[in-house]
Design a protein around this ligand. Structure first.
Ligand code: PGA
Length: 246
C-alpha cells in the first residue's frame, strides 16, 4: 500500500485526478468504480476541468458506483445516482448507458445484488476503484463487523454512518434511510487498481487502523493491505495519528 501525505484536499485532488485521467487515456473503455461522499468531490472537479480543456474524454468508460441508499429514486437529491450526475457524470461526456448503479428501489434486493455482481463480471471487472473511508473504517457501505462480504449485499447502516451522513438529509427536511445496497469487499478487492482519499481529523483514527492496524473486519478498509496496487491519499489532519505509539 502506497501512502501519500499531502497538504490539503486540493493537492490530493490534482494527483488523484491525474491517476484517473491517465487510466482513461491509456484505456478509453476503462471500467471505473466511483465513490460518492465529500472525499472525492475535489478530484471530480479536476476531472471536469480536464474534460473541459479537452485533455480527457469519459465517453467510452463504463462506471460502477459503490453503493446506493434503499428507498431513494434517482431523482432524489440525496441518491448517489444524483450525486454522481451532479458532481461528475452530467458535467462530462459520460455515456449514461454505461453507468451502472445498484437500484435502491429494487423489491428483490438479493436479485438486484446478483444482477450487479454479474454485470461487473460481464464488463471484465473494475480497472480502477476510487474509495473514501468512513470514520468507522468502512469502505463502500461495508460496515465494521465479524466478516468480510464478497459480493454486493443489503446492509443496515451503523449509527456512526448515520451520524456522519444525516446532515445531507436534514438539509432538505428528509430522514436518512437506514439501509443501503453496497458492493462487497470482494468486489472492491478484485479491482485491478485502487485509490483511497481521506481528509480531515475525523478520519485520523480510521486511517491509523487502515495503515498500521491488523487486517480485521472490525476495520473493513484494513483489508486493502492485502491488495497489490493501492494508493492512499491523506492530508496532514487525516495522517496525524500515523507513527504514534498506541
Ligand atoms: P465522506 O464519506 O467522503 O463523505 O467523508 C466517506 C465514506 O463514508 O466512505
Amino acid at each position: 500500500m502506497k501512502v501519500i501525505v499531502l497538504n490539503d484536499a486540493l493537492e490530493i485532488s490534482k494527483d488523484a485526478a491525474e491517476i484517473i485521467i491517465n487510466q482513461v487515456n491509456k484505456k478509453k473503455d476503462s471500467v471505473i468504480g466511483f465513490a460518492t461522499g465529500a472525499s472525492p468531490v475535489e478530484t471530480y472537479k479536476r476531472i471536469i476541468e480536464a474534460y473541459e480543456r479537452g485533455d480527457v474524454s469519459l465517453k467510452h468508460i463504463t462506471t460502477f458506483n459503490l453503493d446506493e441508499y434503499v428507498g431513494l429514486n434517482r431523482e432524489n437529491v440525496n441518491s448517489y445516482f444524483w450525486f454522481m450526475k451532479d458532481n461528475l457524470f452530467g458535467k462530462t461526456d459520460v455515456d449514461f448507458d454505461r453507468v451502472n448503479f445498484l437500484s435502491g428501489l429494487a423489491e428483490d434486493t438479493e436479485a438486484e445484488c446478483e444482477r450487479y455482481s454479474k454485470r461487473i463480471r460481464e464488463c471484465g471487472g473494475i480497472d480502477l476503484q476510487i474509495l473514501g473511508i468512513g470514520t468507522n473504517g468502512h469502505i463502500g457501505f461495508n460496515e465494521p463487523g465479524e466478516k468480510f462480504a464478497d459480493g454486493p449485499f443489503a446492509v443496515k447502516l451503523t449509527q456512526s454512518t448515520i451520524d456522519s451522513n444525516k446532515k445531507y438529509f436534514e438539509a432538505v427536511g428528509d430522514t436518512m434511510p437506514e439501509y443501503a445496497l453496497t458492493m462487497g469487499i470482494g468486489d472492491i478487492m478484485r479491482a485491478k487498481k485502487i485509490i483511497l482519499i481521506a481528509t480531515g481529523a475525523s478520519k485520523a483514527k480510521a486511517v491509523k487502523a487502515l495503515v498500521e492496524g491488523e487486517v480485521t473486519a472490525e476495520c473493513p478498509a484494513s483489508i486493502l493491505k492485502l491488495h497489490s496496487d493501492v494508493t492512499v491519499f491523506l492530508d496532514n489532519d487525516s495522517a496525524a495519528l500515523l507513527g504514534e505509539r498506541k
